[in-house]
Design a protein. Structure first.
Length: 390
């Protein structure tokens, strides 16, 4: 293994700390490039192969012009949380507590109204349920009230005939899957995460962060997209009369609203996971052969079976590809190609696994690049991982 101590060799040379296994030095080069080009301010990346760490790096600064990015820093990872929740769902399937093809009403009878009687768990998890936005005016404070959100969604009529199309359920999918998990197991998503993964894998990862750890969260800042890239989607997000606008503005899903200790402490299982890169990579090692594996190949293949692909009714200029809860490889988020399962988050965080190669990967950063994917930082890093395996 090659040690990678941080050093400042010139005015523009970023400080990078951590290490790589022999052969993975190119990942460090890519990480340094992201910082040197200004595409990252502070970030961390971790890679495991067959359950063994081969990359563990962090660097840059906690904010522009600030102190070094801390080794023990945590980040709010937005929709990367969806992949975490999907692994919790997979664990219930693996342990025989839930059949993924069940109709939701088998476990949540109140859901079966307004044309939702036949909706399956898989349709919810693959954004086909037709409930991408709250129909009632909703505040950030409301998002912290579990029963209010789940009751509202159960009573809603779908935006489209469930199963006929898909549209990104940016916030609502967490409550929908979380309530199914709660009805099946008697535990919240955050509790399943701690019991099935957090404690056994020694993760620094929470959906519902303890108040005592709020000071460890490195603040995020949003960077404005350049040259109008992504303007079609951005314009739709700003317009509350569009479905996209209703998804992203009721309430606004931005740093000003979510990057706050009161929100960290709630359970919003689509968007408020708090973790670090090392824990993301270790979590996804649970689906890869090796000492950290806890989800078997049959369940993994079931979760990564392609369910929807193509035009997305919410992310209107960004075709999406989903299995059961997970993003699958697509031009928008290629990961390591066919067979990959994972999820990215607003601004660039990413966690995924590629069982065939044994790779699990985690990336977090404090600079939120709002240009739609593919994210250039992860493209560089994952390309370097691929080269190291060649």
């Amino acid at each position: 293994m090659a040690a990678m101590a941080g050093r400042q060799t010139g005015e523009c040379r970023p400080v990078v700390r951590g290490w790589t296994a022999r052969g993975y030095e190119g990942v460090r080069d890519a990480f340094v490039a992201n910082l040197s080009l200004g595409e990252d301010t502070g970030a961390a990346v971790s890679v495991y192969r067959y359950g063994n760490c081969v990359v563990d790096l962090w660097g840059g600064t906690a904010f522009p012009g600030g102190p070094e990015y801390p080794e023990d820093g945590l980040e709010l990872v937005y929709s990367t949380t969806k992949g975490i929740a999907a692994l919790c769902l997979a664990s219930l399937s693996e342990w025989g507590e839930l059949e993924l093809d069940d109709r939701v009403v088998r476990h949540w009878p109140e859901f079966g109204v307004c044309g939702k009687e036949e909706v399956s768990v898989r349709e919810v998890a693959s954004h086909q349920a037709g409930l991408p936005a709250f129909s009632l005016p909703t505040t950030v404070e409301d998002l912290c009230r579990w029963d209010r959100c789940t009751s509202a969604l159960a009573a809603q009529a779908p935006e489209w005939s469930p199963g006929s199309a898909h549209g990104y359920h940016a916030v609502t999918v967490g409550y929908l899957l979380g309530e199914i998990m709660r009805r099946v197991s008697g535990r919240t998503v955050g509790t399943v995460l701690r019991e099935r993964f957090g404690h056994p894998l020694d993760l620094r990862m929470w959906i519902g962060l303890p108040d005592s750890l709020a000071t460890k969260v490195v603040p995020l800042y949003e960077d404005v997209p350049l040259n109008g890239v992504g303007e079609v989607l951005a314009a739709a997000e700003r317009d509350p009369t569009t479905m996209t606008g209703r998804v992203f503005t009721n309430p606004p899903i931005d740093v000003g609203n979510l990057d706050h200790p009161s929100v960290y402490a709630a359970e919003i299982p689509a968007v408020n996971g708090v973790t670090d890169a090392r824990s993301l990579a270790r979590l996804y090692a649970s689906v890869v052969d090796g000492p950290l594996r806890s989800i078997g190949a049959v369940t993994v293949d079931s979760m990564r079976r392609s369910l929807v692909r193509g035009a997305d009714l919410v992310l209107i200029d960004q075709p999406t590809h989903f299995g059961t809860g997970f993003m699958l490889s697509s031009p928008r988020e290629p990961m390591l190609g066919q067979g990959s399962l994972g999820h990215n988050g607003r601004g660039g965080s990413l966690g995924f696994a590629h069982p065939e190669s044994g790779i699990s990967y985690g990336f977090v950063a404090n600079r939120m690049a709002l240009t739609p994917g593919p994210d250039r930082r992860n493209i560089r890093l994952v390309a370097a991982v691929k080269e190291a395996m060649a």
